[in-house]
Design a protein around this ligand. Structure first.
Ligand code: PHE
Length: 337
């Protein structure tokens, strides 16, 4: 029995020292319930009472020795495993992060937001109107009957006889006045359409911003004050404005409004084509017929309206010489803003 125990011990230790030793399998093979050592201990009953404690002691020593070896191997394996894990999960905090590209506003959106900010600061509220519009609001309510020659300069896309893509933001004036009694103080930015061929200064789709103020006793002086304030906020404190007589069917009197050239200050340069002035918008006192059409009594109320082209302001502000650049979505262009 002694020899069997010694044999089990040396075999077990040898097997455990093999480089590819399957530790758990070997543990079961030698120390498990059906293992070799257990089998030997079962046969202890056959020993003499004198031999029993000696062999028992020896068996315990063999078990302890094999267990110690297994313990040693498995803690080495665990250490190795941890080391591998640490190696494979190593974080190099010095590697530069992956940059996410953050988009930004389109130049037209930038200008529209700036315009909105300026007028919000002056107490205007922003209203919206439909791009698919009735002929009535786009023209008739604005004092432009079916046969009016002003329709020629604002030819647009017709969906039916009476439904069209709005050629200006002015129909929002009529829609607001119909629904609201004065005081009214609104701006309305948005897309407008005209059947124009594309070139450096024309596009069949562009953007306008309409302004409308109606109350008792509103005069041309209020219009001038409002536009002067706007021009200074938009183009700089030293900007001057000038009114040139003009005609719009829905305002009387009407004017085209220029700002002093913000590059040369009015002396004349290439930017303003030697004029010293740059046209930026149309404006006037709301025509009594328009007030009447919209249910507002022109004997009690008066007001002014203005309309400016957002593209035009963007081209001026950012010194862009071709409007098409705004619509081509070329990132080399857009990244500059
Ligand atoms: N709607 C006019 C245009 O598109 C501009 C304008 C608006 C003029 C309001 C006067 C008053 O040309």
């Amino acid at each position: 029995m002694r020899e069997t125990l010694e044999k089990i011990k040396s075999e077990a230790l040898l097997a455990l020292s093999a480089p590819d030793a399957q530790i758990e399998e070997l543990r079961i093979k030698y120390l498990g319930k059906k293992g070799e050592l257990t089998a030997v201990l079962r046969g202890m009953g056959k020993l003499t009472p004198e031999e029993r404690p000696v062999i028992g002691q020896l068996a315990n020593d063999v078990r302890a020795e094999i267990e110690a070896k297994i313990e040693e191997l498995s803690s080495a394996a665990k250490a190795k495993e941890l080391e591998n894990k640490l190696k494979s999960e190593k974080l190099d905090v010095t590697i530069p992060g992956e940059k996410t590209e953050i988009g930004h506003f389109h130049p037209l959106a930038l200008v529209q937001r700036q315009l909105e900010d300026i007028f919000l600061g002056m107490g205007y509220s922003i209203v919206d109107g439909p791009e698919v519009e009735l002929d009535y609001y786009n023209f008739q309510a604005l004092n432009i009957p079916k046969d009016h020659p002003a329709r020629d300069t604002q030819d647009t896309f017709y969906i039916t006889e009476n439904i069209l893509l709005r050629s200006q933001t002015s129909p929002v004036q009529a829609r607001v006045m119909e629904k609201t009694q004065p005081p009214i103080k609104i701006i309305s930015p948005g897309r407008v359409y005209r059947s124009d061929a594309v070139d450096a200064t024309h596009s069949p789709l562009f953007h306008q911003l309409e302004g409308l103020v109606i109350d008792k006793g509103i005069t041309m002086g209020d219009l001038k004050g409002a536009l002067e304030m706007f021009a200074k906020r938009m183009f700089g404190e030293s900007t001057q404005i000038r009114f040139r007589p003009h005609h719009f069917p829905f305002t009387e009197p009407s004017a085209e409004v220029d700002v002093s050239c913000f590059l040369c200050g009015g002396k004349g340069c290439r930017f303003c084509k030697g004029e010293g002035w740059i046209e930026i918008l149309g404006a006037g006192m709301v025509h009594p017929n328009v007030l009447r059409n919209c249910g507002i009594d022109p004997e009690v109320y008066s007001g002014f309206a203005f309309g400016l082209g957002v593209e035009r302001i963007a081209l001026l502000k950012y010194h862009i010489d071709d409007m098409r650049l705004l619509y081509e979505n070329d990132v080399r262009f857009l990244n500059q803003f």
